[in-house]
Design a protein around this ligand. Sequence first.
Ligand code: ATP
Length: 476
Amino acid sequence: MTDQQERSTTRRAATMDKVVALAKRRGFVFPGSEIYGGLANTWDYGPLGVELKNNIKQLWWKTFVQTRRDMLGLDAGILMHPRVWEASGHVVNFNDPLVDCKTCKARFRADDLVERHLHIADASAKTPDELSALIREANLPCPNCGNRTLTDARQFNMMFQTTIGPVSETGTQVYLRPETAQGIFVQYKNILNSQRVKLPFGIGQIGKAFRNEITPGNFIFRVLELEQMEIEYFVKAAESATAFEEWLTAMRGWIELIGLRPEHIRVREHAKEELSHYSMRTCDFEYLFPGPMGWKELYGLANRTDFDLRSHQEASGEDLTYFEQETKTRFLPHVVEPTFGVERTFLTVLLDAYDEEATTDVNGKAETRTVLRFVPRLAPVKAAVLPLAKKPELTSVAWQLFERLQCEVSPQVDYDEQANIGKRYRRQDEIGTPFCVTVDFDTLEDRAVTIRDRDTMSQVRIPLDDVPAYLSERIR
Ligand code: ATP
């Protein structure tokens, strides 16, 4: 049985509250602007959070861009010409259905109200009229003040606007991009002209996007400022259905790579009425969040046809066709788009890594061990070097080993000489460090150290010189 399968059969220890508390306590994620009372739905990533986030992004980049011959990278700007968003359909279509309470002025997403309070699944597939009818029929009270004074649902555009130049009539109104995808379409021609690429090929990008979301909270599931890892994969029209299937498989492979539990993942095909204006086929990878959240979108895969290139070609007047040497024909490629949210990856990795285990402390007393069982490649700290006591003869050996591991294994290695060894192990368990290397008094005699495995707590004695190879083999 693999580690992954073994974990699949265990009960789920994570709740959103426990994970939010651990994330703050151990320096993964902090509420944004907290000393000023916070700013709703903004979060900052602490010292361990930024390492985990970077590990996710680097692994994604390596998996989907650097190691594939059919993929290229891009880093487009957040600010783009406002006409981009007219052509893409965002100015007209990028809306959420909102209802207001006439009494207390609170504002809610209509689909969320219907899902939570009327227990109707997939309400996001319903039109604002359908949602309004359901809310009216049920005479739903405002979840905030209890008065039955909710308005009908109306569409609210989710793009943030800002102004370039003086904030007056002379300034240019622009949007903070709500997705990274359009940067790829707008630069597609420059990439064709500057690189020797042939269909099929893809362009990958990681970057910030901004959405003016009205949300029910749920930690970093839905934030205003998010990061996306997106791919636009260009193919001939006749090959888009096959490419879609190939990307379904590649996305499943990624989910396995980051250690999410198979029983928490399902693929949901969008019904015809639910498809976005640009999509011929869409599948959502959904994750089973703990508690009332239940199944929610983690990633998306869409067949965008030639909608985007055609729209930008028409709006800009630039020829965006692809010339195929073999057939001497020109055409607009079709596009398959796998899209991954960084925050949702981070959150689901944390939720699935979180475990509590009944154990005993060094004195044999019963206690509960909290452990983050990250796959080693994602762990923000790969190994910790711990001198058994704060004695110069031990700390000097331990420090030398620490410096060597940072150089030869990974810069994500920790050194800790504070508190007793039991407490240090617990701390490393809580931040998900796969290996603890202890330098003890025997080390001075036998030039060997003890390596403790986070998941099994088993210990092996390894010669000092073999430690880098031992760890490298298990981490990479
Ligand atoms: P939802 O239905 O949850 O609003 P969406 O269908 O609008 O999501 P997409 O536009 O397909 O999402 O965005 C691509 C990916 O970006 C999503 O699969 C998700 O991982 C991530 N994402 C989208 N909006 C947010 C957000 N507000 N906060 C965090 N991640 C997000």
